[in-house]
Design a binder for this molecule. Structure first.
Ligand SMILES: CC(C)(COP(=O)(O)OP(=O)(O)OC[C@H]1O[C@@H](n2cnc3c(N)ncnc32)[C@H](O)[C@@H]1O)[C@@H](O)C(=O)NCCC(=O)NCCS
Ligand SMILES: Nc1ncnc2c1ncn2[C@@H]1O[C@H](COP(=O)(O)OP(=O)(O)OP(=O)(O)O)[C@@H](O)[C@H]1O
Length: 294
């Protein structure tokens, strides 16, 4: 086995874990777990989300073993399902289910293409999605019920369409904003603003229906305008967080795509990642965010 190919896929996996950490630590994120609070998720904490990221790291390492052993995609799907079970058993909550799924598929796609090229990756994800959803029997999940009730595609269409929210929305928005402002935080909020307007988020639909999704779209638009006018997004987002918690509104799908975007930008050398630091229990977070851009 070519050792540089293995090195590259390991780097890609690490970037995806870092991306998940960067999305988690971006604060404030209305309705979501972040450094300030647990948003609209009484069953989740920052500590649980961090532990989930460690489970994600182990899961992606297991996927790499399967890929380098030349196993079929069916085996990787089994590993994915098992990782979801481990997450639920160890943490007692759905922490990063969508992110496990999306980052696992992107990793397998990266291995198949042996390239970072976004068109090739997008096509490979879509092909894997076809394979995956043809084999899978729908489960009685919140996502499934939101997809049938509101006639939307959610994470399923996101994958079958080759991750448009990642490649044609989040990444170009980040790159344009960083070019314009040179500011990581501002570019991050620009990505968040655009994803709030475009992602068919079934966590939002499940909690607050079409009114909730319309609210997300409007708030994303306002945030985008605020950033363009040089305003301060933090006060706006902090206030929004209070409102979302009162409404039980959240946007897990937006957060999942945000993490994927950070991960892909880190993997392609366009953003410096979160650096792993040690901490004793109950002190500050283990995976700390490095704010510098590459
Ligand atoms: C595909 C999965 C994630 C489907 O989840 P489903 O929508 O049915 O359920 P649920 O509501 O519990 O989870 C949805 C997840 O998607 C995220 N999400 C919601 N909307 C979107 C969206 N539009 N775009 C992206 N993510 C979204 C949510 O944050 C949530 O984490 C899952 O059930 C599954 O099949 N897992 C198997 C894992 C596996 O085999 N992986 C192998 C990869 S190689
Ligand atoms: N920072 C974050 N905070 C909260 N959720 C997040 C975050 N990042 C990603 N998510 C995603 O949001 C989803 C959680 O949403 P939600 O709690 O509505 O899902 P659920 O477990 O299906 O529903 P419920 O808890 O209402 O029964 C997780 O699957 C996770 O992938």
């Amino acid at each position: 086995m070519n050792s540089s190919r293995i090195f590259e896929i390991e780097q890609f996996a690490q970037s995806l874990v870092k991306g998940g950490a960067m999305a988690l630590y971006l604060t404030p994120k209305p309705g979501l777990v972040d450094m300030a609070n647990q948003g609209s998720h009484p069953d989740l904490t920052l500590d649980k989300m961090e532990r989930s990221l460690h489970i994600l790291g182990d899961y992606l390492a297991e996927l790499i073993r399967s890929l380098t052993d030349g196993e079929r995609f069916l085996c990787q799907a089994v590993i994915g399902r098992r990782a979801e079970e481990v997450m639920m058993e160890e943490l007692g909550s759905n922490t990063l289910k969508g992110y496990f799924f999306l980052s696992g598929l992107l990793l397998v796609a990266r291995w198949r293409c042996d390239s970072d090229d976004e068109k090739r990756l997008s096509r490979a994800v879509s092909e894997l999605g076809e394979e995956f959803f043809a084999l899978r029997r729908e489960q009685a999940t919140n996502g499934h019920s939101a997809r049938s009730r509101f006639g939307t595609g959610g994470v399923v269409h996101e994958v079958l369409d080759g991750l448009p929210s990642l490649f044609t929305c989040a990444v170009p928005v980040y790159l344009a904003a960083i070019e314009r402002t040179g500011c990581f935080t501002s570019a991050s909020f620009a990505m968040l603003a655009r994803l709030m307007q475009t992602v068919d988020d079934t966590t939002t639909l499940h909690r607050c229906g079409t009114m909730g999704l319309a609210r997300l779209r409007r708030d994303g638009q306002t945030l985008e305008r605020l950033i363009a006018e040089g305003g301060d997004p933090v006060a706006f987002l902090t206030e929004l967080d209070r409102k979302y918690v009162r409404m039980n509104l959240t946007m897990g799908g937006v957060a999942d795509v945000l993490g994927l975007a950070y991960g892909y930008l880190v993997a392609t050398g366009r953003l410096a990642g979160a650096s792993e630091t040690t901490r004793s229990r109950n002190s500050k977070p283990r995976l700390r965010l490095c704010m510098g851009d590459a």
